[in-house]
Design a protein around this ligand. Structure first.
Ligand SMILES: C[S@@+](CC[C@H](N)C(=O)[O-])C[C@H]1O[C@@H](n2cnc3c(N)ncnc32)[C@H](O)[C@@H]1O
Length: 307
């Protein structure tokens, strides 16, 4: 069977940004199917790479892809939350850390993983394949919770109506699969008409809830920045405006900028600069890249360098 292939996004830009880290230890905090890792190890023959992912299935495929670099690449099933523990016995510091957030092609294209509204599958959506599934979470969700999740993490304008439709389907025993979930969303929005499926935001929000994605991200970015050696670099790819906002705010805060809410009478965030920003505006893919790899469509890359 052909192996799922994940085409890495903005790969040239990622390689260029890590050029000053070419001889050091790079942590790919979300190694996935090893696309970025392969490009980096090929470009920099002296680089050592530690690749983390919570998804054992992805790591197995990354291991095969990175076999030619086995002497310089170490793959570990761990969360980027554990970055400091992973680095501890390896000298404690990294020359670079890469975060390529979101979902991989393997996860999206495997129906049993339950990430895709295009493919019938269970309500799972767990990156780590352990802990509560989406079905478990929905089984006890209240209307207020679900509305909040869809409005906050999905920026869904019809959050309340969609939440009610999902819970009605659940209570009537009609919410067993990804197709059922999409049907519940469509019962409010109508079916897909344009290029974007109306279920996209709901699926995205529920994936973030299932994996606590945005909740854990600021602390993970801060840990990564603190683990960088001087002039080390952190590069982050986000695929969703809210995710990008979290990255932007966290890196701005770590660069010493005041991130108090607008209108605050005095600064209470006591900024202490740890990095300088390398990207004032996010780097986005060219129309050619988006044409060749539609998954790159919403990508935004931000980078910073340790002072
Ligand atoms: C967009 S994919 C990465 C693709 C990779 N850059 C490549 O080129 O093949 C994101 C990966 O992050 C992983 N992931 C999600 N949450 C994680 C976490 N807390 N710690 C480590 N990896 C995580 C997912 O399992 C997924 O494989």
């Amino acid at each position: 069977m052909p192996q799922p292939c994940h085409v890495p996004v903005l790969v040239q830009q990622v390689v260029e940004l890590f050029t000053p880290c070419a001889t050091g230890l790079l942590v790919d905090a979300t190694v996935g199917l090893g696309g970025h890792a392969e490009a980096l190890l090929s470009a920099f023959p002296q680089m050592h790479l530690v690749g983390l992912d919570v998804d054992g299935q992805a790591l197995e495929l990354a291991r095969q892809r990175l076999a030619p670099f086995a002497r310089r690449a170490e793959l570990i099933q761990a969360s980027y939350q554990q970055l400091a523990e992973v680095l501890g016995p390896r000298g404690g510091k990294a020359a670079g850390v890469l975060f390529d957030l979101g979902v991989s092609s393997l996860q999206l294209d495997t129906p049993e993983r339950g990430f895709s509204f295009r493919l019938a599958g269970p309500l799972d959506m767990r990156f780590a394949q352990q802990g509560p599934t989406l079905a478990d979470i929905l089984a006890s969700a209240t209307e207020a919770q679900l509305t909040f999740w869809l409005a906050t993490w999905g920026e869904e304008k019809r959050a309340s109506a969609i939440a009610r439709a999902i819970l009605r389907a659940r209570d009537e025993g009609r919410l067993c699969s990804t197709t059922d979930l999409r049907r519940a969303v469509w019962s409010v929005t109508g079916p897909k008409r344009g290029p974007i499926d109306p279920a996209t935001r709901t699926f995205q929000a529920l994936r973030m809830v299932t994996n606590r994605e945005l909740v854990d991200l600021p602390a993970a970015l801060e840990t990564a920045v603190k683990a960088l050696q001087p002039a080390g670099r952190v590069v982050v790819l986000a695929y969703h405006s809210l995710e990008d906002r979290v990255v932007k705010t966290t890196l701005r805060r770590l660069s010493g900028a005041c991130v108090c809410p607008p209108g605050s009478l005095s600064c209470t965030c006591t900024p202490m600069p740890l990095v300088k920003l390398l990207t004032r505006k996010p780097v986005t893919p060219s129309p050619e890249e988006v044409h060749a790899n539609p998954r790159a469509r919403s990508a935004k890359l931000r980078a910073a360098e340790r002072l």
